[in-house]
Design a protein around this ligand. Sequence first.
Ligand SMILES: *Cc1c(COP(=O)(O)O)cnc(C)c1O
Length: 422
Amino acid sequence: MHHFDYKDGVLHAEDVSIPEIARAVGTPFYCYSSATLRRHYQVFAGAFKKSQTLVCFSIKSNSNLAVIRTLAREGAGADIVSAGELHRALKAGVAPEKIVFSGVGKTRDELSFALRTGILQFNVESRAELEALNDVATELGTRAPISFRVNPDVDAATHEKISTGKKENKFGILWEEAHAAFDRAATLPGIKIVGIDVHIGSQITNLDPFSRAFQKVIDLIKELRAKGHTITNVDLGGGLGINYKAGNEPPPHPGEYAQMIETLMQGLDVRLLFEPGRMIVGNAGILVSQVIYRKTGANKTFVIADAAMNDLVRPTLYDAHHDIIPVQDPGSDTCVERVDVVGPVCESGDAFAKDRDLPPLAEGELMAILSAGAYGAVQSNTYNSRLLVPEVLVEGDRFAVIRPRPSYEDLLALDRMAPWLT
Ligand SMILES: *Cc1c(COP(=O)(O)O)cnc(C)c1O
C-alpha cells in the first residue's frame, strides 16, 4: 500500500504531481511519501499491540534525516551500523534509549561514542568485539548493555548478497559458540548482558525461515536462562520482504508475521525489538527519471534514462526487479513494446530493466522507477562524476527538497590538488 497514484492522468505522490516536482528540482530525483512512511510504520508497530515492543528503523535502508525524523515522531527507534548512522539518528531526534547498534566491524572509537551516548544495546557479533567493548566500557567506568547476535544457520531463501543467517556468512556468533560467548560475557566487568539478537537476511518473502530461526533462538533463551543469564530483550532483526512487482503474490503481511511471533514467544516474558528497513521505506519512495534518448540496437530497443546505476544500484547489484511506469498515465488499453531501460553510465550492467514490456516511453518523457525508497539513495554515488541524486519528501499537498542536488563545484571541491602539482 502506498500513496503514488495517477490523478487526472498524471502520477502524484499524495497530492503533489510528479511533473511539478520535476519542474522545480530537475531530474532524476528520489521522491518519498510521508503518509506511506507513517502508514508502514504503524502497520508494523501496531501488529504487535499485545507485546512490549520497540521498532528500531534500520537507518541503513534510508538515512535521510527528514525520513528518520518522520518515523521518530511516530515512535520509531533506530538500528544503526556505524558512528555516522548514530550521528544521523541523534540529529533526527531518536532518543538514545531507542537505539541499537549492529554490525560486525564496530571500531573502538565507534563503541566509545555509542557508550557515551547511552544507547539501548550493542548487538555484539564476535568474541573479539566483546573483549574490545569490555575494554572501552571499563576505561569509561561503565558497563555496556549487550545482546549477542547469534547466527542460527538458517537459509533465508533470498538473494545471496542479502542472506546473513547461514553459518558461512560473516554475521553473528556461530551457533555452537553462543553458550561460551554468553558465559564469557557474564564474567566481564564492563559488560551487562541484556538480550539476544538475530537477523537472517533481507527481502524474505516467506515466514518459514523466520519461524525456524526464531524457534532456535527461543530454545537457546531457555537454556541460557536456566544457566542464570538475563535475557530481557529479544531483537528479531528486520528482513520482511516487500512486493517489487505488481501482480505478484504479496509477501506475508506484518500482521501474519506478528502473529507467528506472538504464538512462538507465548509465555516467554521478553521485550521484543525489531529492525525493519525495507518494509517501512521500500514502497514509500520512487526514483523519477526522464528519457534522454531512444536507440534501436541490433535486436533491441533501448530507452536511455537520465538516472543510472550510480543513483539506484539494486538492479545491477542484486538482479532486482523494479516496476517502471510512465508519469503520464498511458491508460489501460495502451500497447506495450519490449525495451531495455538503461542509464548513461559506461557499464553494460547499467540497466534498470531488460526485455521489459512497457508502454511506449518517448524522448523527454518522465518515468517512475517504483519501490526505490530502501537501499536506493543510500547506495548512490558519483561514479562517472555524476551528481548525487536529490531527495524530495512529500507531505499532503506540500513537498520539500530534503537533500539538494550538489553543484559541479561541490563535486570538484571534494578533491584537493597535491602541492607538487600546483
Ligand atoms: C540491513 C539490516 C536490517 C534491515 O533489513 P531490512 O531487510 O531492510 O528490513 C536490520 N538489521 C540488520 C542487522 C541489518 O543489517
